[in-house]
Design a protein around this ligand. Sequence first.
Ligand code: FES
Ligand code: FES
Length: 154
Amino acid sequence: MINDAVTGVSLIVNTDEKIVTIRPADTLLYVIRVRLGLTGVKPGCLNGDCGACTILADGVPMKSCLMLAVEAEGKEITTIEGLKDTPIQRAFIEKFAFQCGYCTSGFLMNCHGLVNEKPEADEAEIKDWLESNICRCTGYKEIREAVLSILRDE
Ligand code: FES
Ligand code: FES
């Protein structure tokens, strides 16, 4: 039997506290997009493969389609709306690291996490880290170059 009971949770999203009523099975992706209206977080595969839905939870990139909203209680959640004029955003523009842009918010969150977590990452580590995200239009080379340009302070 599906548990449809509604419960209230407190979520910290982009430094704001949001009190929201949810069902136990609601994913964080659903709550962020539909209940909080933050549509920069994109739905793609909905099963953890594409990375379009990536957010940061306490600074760590996570796929919000795989996370229940209740699991986000007590964590600092950051979405693309919470990143403003960061080095990685500027680097994506400078290196032309996107085309249609659908995957871009997920890549930006993942790359932001990477430059913060692994400032010493080499090209192989960057390639490995980015394997969690899929882009259907552009090459990955420009995205890797954007990350490298920050790590090497170019
Ligand atoms: S929508 Fe979450 S990984 Fe694809
Ligand atoms: S830029 Fe179009 S899917 Fe990545």
